[in-house]
Design a protein around this ligand. Structure first.
Ligand SMILES: [Zn+2]
Length: 669
């Protein structure tokens, strides 16, 4: 998750070769010459009032601008349509002619209106003007149930009685595209509320039982203005030059210390790996339940109430953006994977290294692999296209993260971290791009890894690995197959052999479609199983992922065809082969539930619970609650509903439906 949301890019229609050449030349020229700026914003002053009880936002934006051309006649900005512009005036209080019309949305999930302001006279070059736009309206998104989609809508920005969370893409202030400017924000809120927004807090004051906060920021991008406000309690800690502050609702008081402690731990983990970030503060800010997940901002991280718990979900990813996104930024589009992929990688790196044992570590990485590859390993858009076309998020998050994980495997941890640190230094405070990243990796590793990046970033297929082997004359001989790759594609892979006496590992480098191997066995030793890439180091399909897909398809078939008896041994064989895999166990649990064997299903989910910490804990608790509900055991249902909700999940709609069920139980009793 991030504050950055891609704009759609429409493909250009091309008919003739000559046209293509002309277009390419024009594009190159446009890129080479900086675009002529029509005007600069010399100061942006935003004076707002939040009226929670009415879900209302009142604003007055004072925009000082300087024309960079002769004959500047007008200005336009975007605003949420529910916020009506009341007046636009110049510095002498003369009204200016303006229009406000609803237009096609410029950001996903965000209604848009376009406000055009006509100046009373044309501005000449270097001439300055001050424009004051007053606007007001309901700024509220309900997070209610959508029967058509059968899910709860998320409130991407809202003023509720409990809190206000105002995100730039929801156009809560006059948004003028592609500008950078000094900013002052003055925000009036109920007296017990606190405001957190961009910049430094300059002053606070009381006025008619309201509180006023004034913030100043030297320079900010016009798309980066966030504001959070609520009746917060807070706690801060300074470590060296770094400040951590947590702002929570009063009932989450007990979480302040653990969150600060965890943030400190994660910061130090990343700093040791990657070096120091540019940023010197990180705020964690609770926002309303209706937002459903978390959002990054230049000054910290907003997190929905139901995700504040002692598993600290989302936090490792968001802290990683201090490095990937803040210290090094990128141009979005094709390069989105650089900050989202690296942040997701950092998150999984942290979680897998902190996992209490090998099993938990494997489960963390399998969870990532499972999200990186859709069922059946179909051809997809490439990672770069995924970023550019605003396609399925998994391409720039989980798949890109696993590309980075695979790079780590290829280079070895030491060289890999050296490359990441060099990338951070090369682009510190600047915008990086994919070519720049590859160049740094090639230069640090003294290797040409273009074959690797071409395949994993520009291709839509992923390798599929299989192994065939037999024991002959005191040796295990076999072939490792690598499908869906070009001839020159080579990958070192670990094979784990399980025998009647021991388990041992060997490295095999496979180039192109296959590689034969032969390893000595001890006397009387027989290989019962060979696992490819047992630690999930390589982005590709191996046995475990295939077993998980097979388990799913068996369970779905059983649910549909009711041929439980025939499929049971097949499903159980997969589960026995992968006894610690929560994903496969989940299918077994569902298999029992489909037969209304509630107790047996509950037993399976209890086993998943014993794997803690695990991504599946919430799902297991929710499933146990559902089983008790169907068994008619309200007491146990309530017990597990409460446990599931305490655990929390970013699966917002499921969380909300569990809350409804719990409310209903409370009403009944
Ligand atoms: Zn992110």
């Amino acid at each position: 998750m991030s504050n950055r949301e891609n704009e759609m890019r429409s493909p250009m229609g091309r008919k003739f070769i000559i046209l293509i050449i002309v277009l390419l030349c024009t594009q190159t020229l446009l890129r080479a010459l900086p675009e002529k700026n029509e005007f600069e914003i010399t100061h942006f002053f935003l004076d707002i009032e939040i009226i929670p009880d009415e879900h209302r936002l009142k604003g007055e934006a004072t925009i000082r601008l300087r024309s960079e051309i002769n004959g500047l006649k007008s200005l336009h900005f975007y605003l949420r349509p529910s916020l009506l512009v009341r007046s636009v005036k110049d510095e002498n209080d003369n009204p200016l002619v303006f229009s406000q019309n609803k237009v096609e949305r410029i950001f996903p999930n965000s209604e848009t209106s376009l406000v055009r302001v006509k100046f009373n006279q044309e501005l000449s070059e270097r001439e300055a003007i001050k424009i004051v736009a007053a606007y007001e309206g309901i700024f509220y998104m309900p997070s209610d149930f959508d029967p058509q989609e059968s899910r709860y809508n998320r409130a991407f920005s809202s003023v509720t009685k409990e809190a206000a969370w105002l995100r730039p893409v929801q156009l809560w202030y006059p948004y003028i595209a592609d500008k950078s400017m000094p900013l002052t924000i003055r925000a009036k809120v109920p007296s017990e509320w606190t405001v957190i927004t961009n910049g430094e807090l300059e002053s606070t004051a009381e006025e008619n039982a309201k509180k006023i906060f004034v913030f100043q920021e030297g320079q900010i991008s016009s798309i980066d203005i966030f504001l959070f406000a609520a009746s917060y309690i807070s706690k801060s800690k300074t470590i060296g030059d770094f400040h951590i502050t947590a702002y929570f609702f009063p009932h989450h008081r007990d979480f302040l210390d653990p969150y600060i402690e965890k943030t400190e731990e994660i910061l130090s983990f990343y700093t040791q790996k990657f070096g120091a970030p540019d940023e010197e503060k990180f705020n964690i800010i609770e926002i309303g339940m209706g937002y459903g997940t978390g959002t990054g901002s230049p000054f910290g991280y907003g997190i929905s109430s139901h995700l504040i718990n002692l598993d600290f979900p989302l936090i490792p990813h968001e802290i990683a953006h201090l490095w990937w996104g803040e210290t090094v930024s990128d141009n979005l589009g094709e390069d989105t994977w650089l900050h989202e992929g690296l942040a997701t990688f950092s998150d999984y790196c942290y979680r897998s290294e902190k996992a209490p044992d090998k099993r938990a570590k494997r489960e963390v990485l399998f969870g990532l692999l499972n999200k990186a590859i859709p069922i059946g390993n179909p051809k997809t858009l490439s990672v770069l296209e995924g970023g550019a076309k605003h396609a399925e998020g998994f391409l720039v998050y989980e798949r890109a993260a696993f590309v980075v994980q695979t790079l780590k495997h290829l280079l070895g941890e030491e060289l890999f971290l050296k490359a990441l640190r060099s990338y951070l230094e090369a682009f510190r405070g600047k915008k990086a791009d994919t070519a720049g990243f590859i160049q740094v990796v090639n230069s640090v590793s003294q290797k040409d890894l273009n074959w690797f990046f071409d395949y994993y970033l520009r291709g839509g297929r992923l390798p599929r690995y299989r192994v065939k082997s037999i024991d002959i004359g005191g040796k295990v001989r076999g072939t490792l197959y690598q499908e869906n790759v070009p001839k020159h594609f080579k990958m070192p892979l670990t094979l784990e052999f399980l025998t009647n006496k021991r388990s041992f590992r060997r490295e095999v480098e496979v180039k192109g479609s296959k590689k034969k191997f032969s390893f000595d066995l001890e006397k009387g030793e027989n290989v019962s199983r060979v696992t490819i890439d047992p630690d999930f180091e390589v982005l590709g399909v191996g046995d475990v992922l295939e077993d998980r897909w097979e388990a799913r398809s068996l369970r779905l078939e059983a649910t549909e065809e009711k041929n439980f008896q025939r499929l049971e041994p097949l499903l159980f064989a997969l589960s026995e082969k992968n006894p610690d895999n929560a994903h496969i166990l989940h299918e077994v649990g569902q298999f029992y539930f489909a037969q209304q064997k509630w107790e047996k299903g509950i037993e399976i989910y209890q086993k998943i619970l014993s794997f803690e910490p695990d991504d599946f804990t919430f799902i297991a608790l929710a499933n146990i609650a559902a089983a008790y509900e169907l068994m008619g055991d309200k007491k146990m249902q309530r017990f597990y509903l409460e446990k599931a909700l305490a655990k929390g999940s970013s699966m917002y709609s499921i969380v909300r439906s569990l809350m409804d069920k719990l409310e209903k139980l409370k009403d009944d009793s």
